[in-house]
Design a protein around this ligand. Structure first.
Ligand SMILES: [Zn+2]
Length: 887
């Protein structure tokens, strides 16, 4: 699954950690959230033969299923997962389905999300068929089988899709809905004959029933976990290409195929790469990627085997609005979901404790593959942003190990967080660097081969990498995945001895909120280099210390190449050398050092103003991604000054003075043959300068917005979104109404959704309130409401949180059930208001199960940290600005 990464991952780099839109649940606390999700182990399914007849108009469906089961020990009852279902008829049949064995009594437990079938007398061990007629519900948010309504130029449309991860297949089929219960599936559906039905496998047979309906039977899906099953139905187009034995398809709403051309072409390139990398070719006959209008607060795309589901915004490129960043996003999403076809689908974690095996690996594979297939994007630097978001989350008291114990459905949902994704990815990157890329790949190939169609735990992977590398990694891997936290490497001494630098290192722990914490211990692989030399030196920090002989003398970079998952603290003298040589460092080291200096400064381990010295030392011609990050950090710093206009003005003046020459070099209009990172930087700078209140940029954006009616070149497609964003952010009531009218009239879902997002991104509080009021009407569409409130929360956290809590009954219907307990606390995440701490705590106690409060507690930690930064760190920034800000 691809998490929603909020626009400003740069905020994470700046120590802020962007609002994690992936969050927990907020229904009133019931026993459901505390119920263990593990079923009794007395029976297991081998095959599901399912027939579904959806009634899209009435949001319900009829189902029939025959489950081939093996009863493993004599039992008088069988329990499986089911929710929101009724069971008109249930029978236990002989294995061949011919003889009726029993008519069990059905008991449904809504809190535990189970149905129990009780028999008059115990059933003997052996094989049976459990046959049921049942009915279920079609939702309006992305859980189970759900409907998405959308506008087209030809009128309103309704399409159906499924979303089952982590625990919603039980809304579609009464089933053993746990990842270890793999089974094969036959799916048959009765659907309007004019519509297209899509599932994991190709259509095996289609029968016209003559009454406007058709019966579609899909080929048998291979043995897989329930959460990977998929079904969609609607007015779709499908375009295909082929690689070897695999048909690759993109499925879109009618008329949008051409916007999926890049996704289709990318899928082909990525499939070729993965067939090679994994050493086991993609095993299904087809691989579709299905684009859906709408959005979720939980995810952007889902790796159903052979039928990846992706929201349109992450898959389609509309030539009138899409940007270079959108294009890179499409590729990244595709590379992530396709990596899951092996890591997740072919080999699946045994239980949610090891979710990171799916998500950390797919995230790492996505980054690696993007670098390899699109070197022109220079995306190696994005690994630093990923690591920064992980370390930011990992350094507060509410962190947890990468491998963690999960007991409830809610906890499984909460496991989809930046520790699982971003720390998982960063640790793999470090381990790959430690054993070498070839040994790592050999280990992965062995792992896939050994466990195809099976389930695993993390140690199964370590064992294969150990064997392939001929070098043990298990201990290091355990220390970074079984215990939480971020190592801190202090450079105690760097002495030049006969042309070498003798380094003395010590290991502590980096925390943002527990300065007196006793550090945990890690074996930390460290790579160091002297600037200007080509040789690196490596060591493994053990028992808290290490010495290291680095070839050459001069400015030393620890964590050279930045593959290590740790923070580096230099002495003031070493830092001064790094600052004066900053322009000469490799871009990835510049970015890594900037991130360390920012985070260590905010945590009080070095002066907070050191970061600004690095900004001063950054040449205008530095890598565009460095400037993109500086712009993001200025944004964050600016937010810390909210409510204090005089001091904020000094920061803004400095930030605008630093960013303007960089922006002037690239200008508003793309130059022929400019690089892709420059295209991205243009939009990032416009966005940041707007947030900093730069009158020149705001005026030019407004001029272009007004001029578009008479001058078609005023708003080129690549600038459309950012210009409207600037105009909306600084809108007055008349402008807001104009945007509102445009949103109402828009018939393309992709553009319409954006317009509602802009309407909820205003600085003006009155207009923000109007956006909140609008969000709960029927106007924006069922999946836009929650996003609008979250957008308001970005600039007005208190307003949005109070509003959502006051309208909880309504808001609950607008958020997918998987996300509710994370959704509300996250609205307060960016607050600097101490009163919000009490409010979030009170909300959690009233509405979130005690076992599911990690997201709420993390919000509390973040607000506490932000208040500390504002009170204790900004004075050093003020003093620096006064002294050096105008140099
Ligand atoms: Zn994923």
């Amino acid at each position: 699954m691809r998490r929603i990464l909020v626009s400003a991952i740069v905020l994470a780099l700046a120590g802020l950690s962007a609002v994690p839109v992936v969050h927990a649940d907020t229904r009133p606390a019931t026993s459901a959230m505390q119920a263990t999700t593990q079923l009794p182990r007395n029976a297991r399914p081998a095959h599901y033969d399912v027939t579904i007849t959806p009634d899209a108009a009435n949001l319900k469906f009829d189902g029939h299923v025959a489950i081939a089961i093996d009863v493993l020990q004599p039992t008088a009852s069988i329990t499986l997962n089911a929710i929101d279902m009724t069971f008109p008829k249930v029978r236990l049949m002989s294995a061949n389905g011919k003889a009726a064995m029993a008519d069990p009594k059905v008991t449904v437990d809504a809190d535990a999300q189970t149905a129990t079938f009780t028999f008059g007398k115990p059933i003997a061990r052996g094989s049976y068929k459990l046959v049921m007629d049942y009915t279920g519900k079609i939702g309006t948010q992305a859980n189970g089988l759900f409907a998405i309504d959308y506008d087209t130029k030809a009128g309103k449309r309704r399409a159906l899709y499924t979303q089952f991860e982590n625990s919603d297949a039980r809304r579609f089929i009464p089933s053993w809905d746990e990842p270890a219960y793999k089974a094969t599936f036959d799916l048959t559906v009765t659907v309007p004959s004019a519509q297209m039905a899509v599932s994991n496998m190709p259509v095996a047979q289609r029968t016209d029933l003559g009454n406007g309906l058709a019966r579609v039977r899909f080929a048998t899906a291979p043995k897989m976990s329930t959460y990977l099953l998929f079904f969609a139905l609607g007015d779709f187009d499908r375009a295909t290409t082929r690689l070897g034995a695999t048909e690759i398809g993109v499925v879109t709403q009618k008329g949008s195929s051409s916007q999926a051309a890049f996704a289709l072409e990318s899928a082909k390139a990525v499939l070729a790469e993965y067939n090679d990398y994994f050493g086991t070719p993609y095993p299904l006959p087809k691989l579709d990627n299905i684009a859906s209008p709408g959005s979720s607060q939980f995810f952007g795309a889902m790796e159903n085997w052979g039928a990846i589901y992706t929201f349109e915004y992450a898959m389609l490129l509309d030539p009138t609005i899409s940007t270079q960043a959108d294009k890179q996003g499409v590729f990244n999403t595709e590379a992530h979901e396709m990596a899951h076809q092996w890591f997740g689908d072919l080999v699946t974690m045994d239980w949610w404790d090891d979710l990171w095996l799916n998500e950390g690996f797919a995230s790492w594979m996505q980054g690696r593959t993007t670098e390899k297939l699109h070197p022109e994007w220079n995306s190696a630097l994005s690994a630093i942003r990923v690591r920064a978001s992980a370390m930011s989350r990992d350094a507060v008291v509410t962190t947890h190990p990468v491998v963690q114990h999960v007991e409830t459905v809610e906890q499984a949902s909460q496991a989809f967080d930046s520790i699982t994704y971003s720390k998982g990815e960063s640790v793999i990157r470090m381990l790959e660097g430690y054993v070498g890329a070839d040994a790592w790949r050999a280990g992965v190939r062995r792992y896939i081969k050994a466990h195809a169609h099976g389930n695993t735990v993390s140690d199964d992977l370590w064992r294969e990498v150990d064997a392939a590398a001929g070098k043990p990694i298990t201990q290091i891997a355990h220390e970074f995945t079984l215990q939480p936290g971020v190592p801190l490497i202090r450079v105690e001494q760097a002495t030049c001895v006969a042309g070498h630098t003798a380094l003395k290192l010590s290991q502590g722990e980096f925390t943002k909120d527990r300065p007196d914490k006793k550090p945990l211990s890690w074996h930390v692989p460290v790579i160091a280099q002297v600037l200007g030399t080509s040789k690196t030196a490596r060591t493994l920090v053990t028992d808290g210390k290490a010495t290291l002989d680095v070839p050459g003398c001069g400015t030393v970079v620890v964590n050279a190449g930045q593959s290590g998952y740790y923070r580096t603290l230099y002495s003031p003298q070493q830092f001064a050398a790094l600052t004066s040589d900053f322009a000469k460092l490799a871009p990835i080291d510049q970015l890594g050092i900037m991130d360390d200096v920012w985070s260590l400064g905010m945590a009080g381990l070095q002066p907070a103003s050191d970061y600004l010295d690095l900004v001063q030392a950054t040449p205008a011609a530095a890598d565009p991604q460095i400037w993109g990050d500086i712009a993001g950090s200025f944004d964050s710093l600016n937010r810390y000054y909210d409510g204090d206009p005089a001091r904020q003005a000094a920061l803004r003046a400095f930030a605008i003075a630093r960013l303007t020459p960089v922006f002037e070099r690239i200008g508003w209009i793309a130059k022929p043959r400019e690089s892709d990172p420059v295209k991205n930087l243009r939009n990032e700078l416009i966005d940041s300068l707007s947030a900093l209140g730069d009158p020149t940029v705001i005026a030019e954006a407004r001029r272009r917005y007004v001029a578009q009616s008479s001058d078609p070149t005023a708003m080129p497609p690549a600038l459309r979104k950012v210009i409207i964003d600037v105009v909306a952010r600084h809108a007055d009531a008349a402008t807001w109404e104009q945007l509102h009218a445009a949103a109402l009239a828009e018939k393309t879902p992709l553009i319409k959704d954006d317009l509602y997002a802009y309407l909820s991104s205003t600085e003006d509080t009155t207009l923000a309130q109007r956006a909140l009021d609008l969000s709960l009407t029927d106007e924006p569409g069922a999946t836009n409401s929650a996003a609008m409130i979250a957008n308001v929360a970005d600039l007005h956290p208190e307003l949005a949180f109070d509003f959502a809590v006051a309208h909880m009954a309504q808001v609950d219907t607008k958020v997918d059930s998987t996300s509710r307990s994370r959704y509300y606390p996250a609205l307060a995440y960016n607050s600097l208001n101490p009163a919000m701490i009490g409010k979030v705590k009170a909300f959690a106690e009233a509405h979130i199960a005690a076992t599911s409060r990690r997201s709420a507690n993390t919000t509390v930690s973040n607000i506490t940290y932000r208040i500390m930064v504002r009170n204790e760190r900004l004075p050093a920034i003020d003093a620096w600005l006064k002294k050096k800000g105008s140099e």
